[in-house]
Design a protein around this ligand. Sequence first.
Ligand SMILES: [Fe+2]
Length: 223
Amino acid sequence: MLSSLRSSAPRALRSFSSSSPALSAATLPALAHPYSAYEPAISAQIMEIHHSKHHATYVANLNAALEAAAVATAAGDAGALISLAPALRFNGGGHINHSLFWENLCPPGSSAGPGGDLLAEINAAFGGLDECKATFAARTIAVQGSGWGWIGWNPAARALEIATCKNQDPLQATTGLVPIVGIDVWEHAYYLQYKNVRPDYVKAVFDVIDWECAAKRLEAAKA
Ligand SMILES: [Fe+2]
């Protein structure tokens, strides 16, 4: 978990104090644009609450768990470490997932769409962008309860795949797929604007996907 925290969200980490030099503390990453920049796909109110309240809470709870883990590690207390695993998974996953989510959002109309190698891989895996979106939407809308939808890179198969994860399970740590595009389908991500109509939110959120970010992630995943 700790290694994946470092590899997946390096810009949002800083070192703990000298009392726990082996661990890093999470910090809330700044968004690249104002909260209102993603309208009308995602309202400014949702963006502000989602980022400054929900993500901030994952960060605070993750840091509390990391500090407790540092104490348990120093004491050689395996039982205490095991008892912290659910909190590390949930809050660490929440921090990783949301950090990735903010990065792959951009204002409507500011992304040219997938091109080059990313488009070639989308075509190879799904038969086209529209087919990719349709499969992604069907899988993600069907997530029971809270979770995430992902386009991920399978390093073994050398191909893009669509996957879903429950709760805050982070894609790479729990499936081995490298995150390329992720969409949060917890109700807190859309309910204030879309009420219970998750399909409308999933359809609209493609208007604010930063495909240039996705292309960079794919390039890094393939390297
Ligand atoms: Fe969220």
